[in-house]
Design a protein around this ligand. Structure first.
Ligand SMILES: *Cc1c(COP(=O)(O)O)cnc(C)c1O
Length: 347
């Protein structure tokens, strides 16, 4: 099976497992795991942040971040199709009492004016006050799109004037960095809190971090424990993160090339389904609107042909490239997928 459902399906390689097995460890609830401590220092300094907090999932890193910025009953703004409001199962409301309002952006692409227009800080005793805005980069359900740094800057400037903080859902910020050439520390300048995942394209089995100031991370640490994620000798997991950063960051450009090649093969037979120019990174989102096949049925037909993809809506099929996919896998996909689409066009 060629598994293109997500970049979370990668399995740790033998050398990654060896690095995990030999990692020095300690009790991280006591702050004594040297491998976690060094990973927190390493990743936070990559982004120009003072401190980091290792977390078992990106969802928790996001939730700890927004919890630090937004009090119960206050408001977080985010894009309609962002992970924080669509894929974290209401965690912000359930655990932090956070309310949200959303703006809808084509391909999830940030235009600073959209959130700034709906932001309502200091709304007094009768209306909800906006205190933070979350930006997802790359945007998952937007098709792995990279947020323009000019819009991030403009959002930062506008939000700062209103006293509104920014959170970055950087689950795939690594892909944005490799695709755009924008330095990680440049992204770090504009966001008070940042979540990053090691378990997506970087290929670690587990692991995310929250990055911020010393003060906010010190506040987030007991919340992580309260949420049940105070881990002990978890340095074996952090070692996979170190290995991933040493070995798997630069190669993301290969995933991006493979995704572009799928999009190009699809557009050659069904140009309405995807514009390859919109494929910035490793996610290929196919819009099957107007075709005589649903995303679910196309996923079934692909599966019969040995390819796994995710039907994320009735007309939306997502394919994600990653390090466990080879060039020859992509050649196969580029034969099978256009054939199935062609049949759906004439059926
Ligand atoms: C995967 C992902 C996360 C975190 O997911 P976990 O499965 O909780 O690690 C957060 N944001 C985005 C955009 C993601 O794609």
């Amino acid at each position: 099976m060629i598994d293109l459902r997500s970049d979370t399906v990668t399995k740790p390689s033998e050398p990654m497992r060896a690095a995990m097995a030999s990692a020095p460890v300690g009790d991280d609830v006591y702050g004594e795991d040297p491998t976690i401590n060094s990973l927190e220092e390493r990743v936070s300094s990559l982004f120009g942040k003072e401190a980091g907090l290792f977390s078992p999932s990106g969802s928790l890193a996001n939730q700890l971040g927004i919890r630090m910025l937004v009090n119960p009953g206050e408001e977080l703004l985010t894009e309609t199709n962002s992970h924080i409001v669509r894929a974290e199962l209401g965690a912000g409301a359930t655990f932090s009492g956070i309310t949200t309002r959303t703006w809808l952006a084509p391909l999830g692409l940030l235009k600073a004016s959209q959130p700034l227009e709906i932001a309502k800080p200091d709304s007094g005793p009768y209306l909800v006050s906006t205190v933070a805005i979350a930006v997802e980069n790359t945007h998952n359900f937007g098709g792995g799109t990279v947020q323009p740094i000019s819009e991030i800057k403009a959002l930062y400037e506008g939000a700062s004037k209103m006293g509104i903080a920014l959170h970055l859902d950087g689950a795939r910020i690594w892909n944005a960095h490799i695709a755009s050439g924008v330095a990680l520390a440049e992204y770090g300048k504009y966001f008070e809190t940042i979540s990053v995942c090691l378990s997506k394209g970087l290929g670690a089995p587990v692991g995310s971090l929250l990055l911020s100031s010393k003060e906010l991370i010190a506040r987030a640490r007991p919340w992580r424990k309260r949420y049940g994620a105070g881990m002990r000798q978890a340095g074996i997991l952090a070692a996979a993160g170190h290995y991933a950063l040493d070995n798997n960051l630069q190669r993301l450009s290969q995933d991006h090339k493979m995704a572009k090649s799928i999009a190009t093969a699809v557009a050659a037979v069904a140009p309405s389904v995807i514009d390859p120019k919109t494929v910035d990174t490793n996610i290929v989102g196919l819009d099957l609107t107007g075709l005589k096949i649903s995303a679910g049925d196309l996923a079934k037909q692909l599966k019969e042909a040995g390819v796994l993809a995710s039907a994320l809506g009735p007309t939306y099929l997502r394919l994600v490239t990653h390090m466990d996919i080879s060039e020859s896998d992509i050649s196969k996909v580029n034969e099978i997928l256009p054939q199935l689409l062609q049949r759906a066009l004439v059926a």
